[in-house]
Design a protein around this ligand. Structure first.
Ligand code: G4P
Length: 526
């Protein structure tokens, strides 16, 4: 029974550089999956597009996006769980953490722009974790780059092998459709169509006359040349290389026109991995173990100051989760019971009685959870692989209203538990340094501290641009380093020491002075 439930599940994230079409594709997947009846139901995450100063709008959108951050639907006997990720680069950390809770990823690339800055960063995170990736090249109805050039660019820039599974016939105004390389079907393009089922054409072979009659002699000849070239230069598609994260199958289409989405979804449910084992500091957890375990990868605050509760998103890793059952919170050594665990489906939420590995449930929380926390049936386990990444901007927190010191302390600690920003402390908590990946996060923190906690805060720029977690095999040298460099050492949320450097040069200088000390980009290292 448990085994069956696991085999059915496909939990994945959709990622892209903003504007490539992630929201549109998500919506179309939900449409094909029958989770929504018409396009437009899922609120656009316009946060990605709003100006930097418009953070209140972003917060409103964050509120809306609670429902859309996890979406489940059933497709061809499979339970598909889509985890949405914020596209805005200032919320990149949120995206990195969400990627710890998926078993695979669909990466959307704009055929006009090719590989963009965020595409590269997101792929680095996928590569780090060997997450299997399927690439969807979108906007084929626009005058984009040549498909062969795009494949080469993907391989070079993203450091992954690619294998097209469909191939476009023309592009932009000459775009006629896609040819399915393995089952020899043609899907013919017509803009804005709602239903694609009638537009499939099966041909016996690529040399069939029907092809010439359908797309014209010129485009048929070009397609034959392209396919011959692909078959000569690429190996047959090897699903095990995809699952190991080395090879990305590539699909072409146009999400806004519902085009190429069905092929993507059909192949996805067939080849994407089911829920995978996950690592804890104690042992590897297999999904089919009888006992429940899971971890928190995202916490969403309630924006209404009268309701301080939050929703903690829990990825189930093993066993069966049941409502109203006591589970063990290993960090705080406490048993907790959840009366209203929630599952999400497009724009609605519903109560869950039980959930299985691969599922993501929302747990109402009054302040017990931090990102990375583990729940079990009693075993002392701690899931790993949810590291903090070095922030890029650092500022010191200033208290503008001494009468509200307590509120400020509480607010900043809760916001850092939620992962809104990273908090580093110095001199037993007297000095607080906030690290973020974007300016926008400072505005969000300031706004939320005032609105939710009544605390007035400001930020002072400081001369820090890098935070490195440190380790050293020799304990004496390690302690000496921490003691002698005290002014540059701060402590992260788990009280791990972090070295704060002014620049790459500064970092290199100290690395040379202390060759035994290792500096790490993330809070977990091998
Ligand atoms: P994102 O979540 O990755 O940021 O992208 P989103 O889906 O919001 O899409 C970005 C823009 O690209 C949108 O236009 C969307 O309509 C358009 N788009 C998505 N897929 C396709 C496609 O296949 N072909 C073409 N030509 N355009 C596509 P917008 O004008 O920014 O937004 P809207 O006014 O249409 O909502």
């Amino acid at each position: 029974m448990l085994q069956n439930e696991i085999a059915k599940r496909r939990t994945f994230g959709i990622i892209s550089h903003p504007d490539a079409g992630k929201t549109t594709l998500t919506e179309k997947l939900l449409l094909f999956g029958g989770a929504i009846q018409k396009a437009g139901t899922v609120k656009r995450n316009k946060a990605e597009k709003t100006a930097t100063s418009d953070f209140m709008e972003i917060e409103k959108q964050r509120g809306i996006s609670v429902a859309t951050s996890v979406m489940g639907f059933t497709y061809k006997e499979h339970k598909v769980n889509i985890l949405d990720t914020p596209g805005h680069k200032d919320f990149a950390e949120d995206t990195y953490r969400t990627l710890t809770a998926v078993d695979s990823v669909i990466l959307v690339v704009d055929c006009v722009k090719g590989v963009e800055e965020q595409t590269k960063k997101l792929m680095q995170v996928c590569r780090m974790r060997h997450t299997p990736v399927i690439i969807f090249i979108n906007k084929m109805d626009r005058e984009g780059k040549d498909p062969f050039d795009l494949l080469e660019e993907l391989e070079k820039e993203l450091n992954i092998y690619t294998r097209p599974l469909t191939w476009p016939i023309g592009i932009g105004t000459t775009f006629r459709g896609v040819y399915h390389l393995s089952n020899h079907t043609l899907n013919l393009f017509s803009a804005n169509k709602q239903n694609i089922a009638d537009d499939y054409l099966e041909i016996d072979s690529i040399n069939s006359e029907v092809l010439d009659q359908t797309v014209g002699k010129l485009q048929a000849a070009k397609l034959r040349d392209d396919v011959e070239l692909i078959e000569t230069v690429s190996e047959p598609f090897d699903v095990s290389l995809y699952k190991a994260g080395y090879l990305a199958p590539v699909f072409f289409g146009s999400a806004i026109n519902n085009f190429g989405v069905q092929e993507l979804l059909d192949t996805f449910v067939e080849i994407a991995p089911e829920p995978q084992p996950r690592e804890t500091s104690e042992r590897i957890i297999e999904p089919a173990e009888n006992k429940f375990s899971g971890f928190i990868f995202k916490i969403h605050a309630n924006l209404d100051p009268n309701h301080r509760d939050r929703i903690a998103f829990c990825r189930i890793c093993s066993g069966k989760f049941q409502r109203n059952t006591f589970y063990y919170h290993t960090r705080i050594n406490k048993k907790l019971k959840f009366a209203s665990p929630t599952s999400f489906m497009a724009d609605t939420k519903s109560l869950v009685e039980e959930a299985y590995p691969g599922d993501v449930i929302g747990l109402y929380d009054a302040g017990n959870f931090k990102i990375g926390d583990t729940l079990t049936e009693g075993e002392e386990l701690h899931f790993i692989g949810i590291p903090s990444f070095s922030p890029e901007i650092f500022k010191e927190l200033e208290n503008r209203d001494p009468l509200k010191t307590k509120q400020l302390e509480k607010g900043i600690s809760q916001l850092s538990d939620e992962g809104v920003a990273q908090l580093f402390t110095q001199n037993p908590g007297n000095r607080k340094i906030i690290g973020t990946v974007g300016e926008l996060q400072f505005e969000v923190i300031q706004f939320r501290l005032l609105n939710e906690y009544g605390a007035s805060a400001a930020f002072r720029p400081i001369n820090v641009t890098r935070a490195k977690w440190i380790s050293c095999e020799d304990e004496e040298i390690y302690n000496r380093f921490i003691r002698t460099q005290a002014s540059k050492i701060a402590y992260d949320k788990d009280q791990k020491p972090v070295f704060l450097a002014a620049s790459e040069w500064d970092l290199n200088y100290y690395a040379k002075q202390f060759p035994e000390v290792e500096f790490h980009d993330t809070s977990e290292w091998d």
